[in-house]
Write a protein that binds this ligand. Structure first.
Ligand code: DOR
Ligand code: ZN
Length: 345
């Protein structure tokens, strides 16, 4: 196949940041994607409906002329979150989901949840009102090995939430393990999983072999090869409960190339080229549209996009920048370590 036309895709997990960084990264998403679920882990976090409304306005202001892109706003769940604010923000159309960060799990998560049962009353109200919960699925206990944190989260946190509040719709974001895939597949309706572009391409060797490669460090951290293969099978299966969330998460190179480097891979520029490559390798190009354009809106109960994009397989590798410039310095772009031939026409 040399050409593929699909409905315009959406990104169901994206970090747009704020200020200069927002200005620099937003065009790389709005060029190709119609909508994105925007993560609320700013400093301070997007914790109330009023914060989300103000943040949405800043995003709309930063949009390049002529791009039609809709940011889908989320609230950052804290132990002080008011259920009334969540429900009214959802019913009024300002927010579409709430994000659970276990405190300390990742970038700007220190205001997250320490005691999950403390937020059960809010989760119960969300279930009644139909507000979905997006989950960063890693425990933070110091005795749990970083490579096991997702599997332990499923057992200790996610499964108990689902037992206790079966009506809550949950998105297990950026699944990195076969345990996560198996959990979503074996659960009845009401839970879905997003998968990032980079976790379909790299395993943990990319970070650790031949020297430390900070630009492949993200959270949840990439796991061993068998997990990557499980993610590929799920993403390319066409199954309705798996869809794209790039987790494109820009950090300045100076913050990544450091003795304590930040977690995050910036992939919005070449994500669609990378995904077409992966789906072609898996002989599943006919299922790319399900993963990037159909399954996400299906789970969130939103209409699919009517516009289309055309992907073209070039003769020469696609030219994309190694890094982008921002007012505060460069940000390195995800390097899949192979040439990309699929391009968005
Ligand atoms: O690698 C990551 N970066 N994982 C996250 O969960 C957060 C993100 C960020 O905000 O930088
Ligand atoms: Zn993220």
């Amino acid at each position: 196949m040399q050409e593929l036309t699909i409905r315009r895709p959406d990104d169901w997990h994206l970090h747009l940041r704020d200020g200069d960084m927002l200005e620099s990264v937003l065009p790389h998403t709005s060029r190709h994607f119609a909508r994105a679920i925007v993560m609320p882990n700013l400093v301070p976090p997007v914790a109330t409906t009023a914060d989300a409304r103000a943040y949405r306005q800043r995003i709309e202001k930063a949009l390049p002329e002529g791009d039609s892109f809709t940011p889908i706003m989320t609230l950052y769940l804290t132990e002080d979150t008011q259920a009334e604010d969540v429900v009214s923000g959802f019913q009024g159309g300002t927010i579409s989901a709430v994000k659970l960060y276990p405190a300390g799990a990742t970038t700007n998560s220190h205001n997250g949840v320490r005691d999950i049962e403390a937020v059960y009353p809010v989760l119960e109200r969300m279930a009644e009102a139909g507000v979905p919960l997006c989950v960063h699925g890693e425990v933070t206990d110091s005795e749990i090995d970083i490579f096991d944190r997702e599997a332990v989260f499923i057992e200790r946190v996610l499964h108990p939430i689902r037992q206790h509040i079966p009506g809550l719709r949950i998105i297990m974001e950026h699944i990195t393990t076969s345990d996560g895939i198996d959990y979503v597949e074996s659960s009845p309706e009401g839970i879905a999983g997003t998968i990032t572009t980079h976790h379909l391409i790299i395993n943990r060797n990319a970070i650790l072999v031949g020297g430390i490669k900070p630009h492949y460090y993200c959270l949840p951290i990439a796991k061993r090869e068998s997990h990557r293969l499980a993610l590929r099978r799920a993403a390319t299966s066409g199954k309705k409960r798996f869809f794209l969330g790039t987790d494109s998460a820009p950090h300045l190179d100076t913050d990544k190339e450091s003795a304590c480097g930040c977690a995050g891979v910036f992939s919005s520029i070449n994500t669609l080229s990378c995904l077409a490559h992966v789906f072609e390798e898996e002989d599943a190009l006919d299922r790319l549209e399900a993963f990037v354009s159909l399954n996400g809106p299906g789970f969130y109960g939103l209409p699919v996009n009517e516009e289309t994009i055309r992907l073209v397989r070039r003769q020469q590798p696609v030219d994309y920048p190694e890094r982008i410039e921002t007012a505060s310095g460069p940000v390195t772009v995800f390097d899949p370590m192979f040439p990309l031939y699929w391009d968005v026409a």
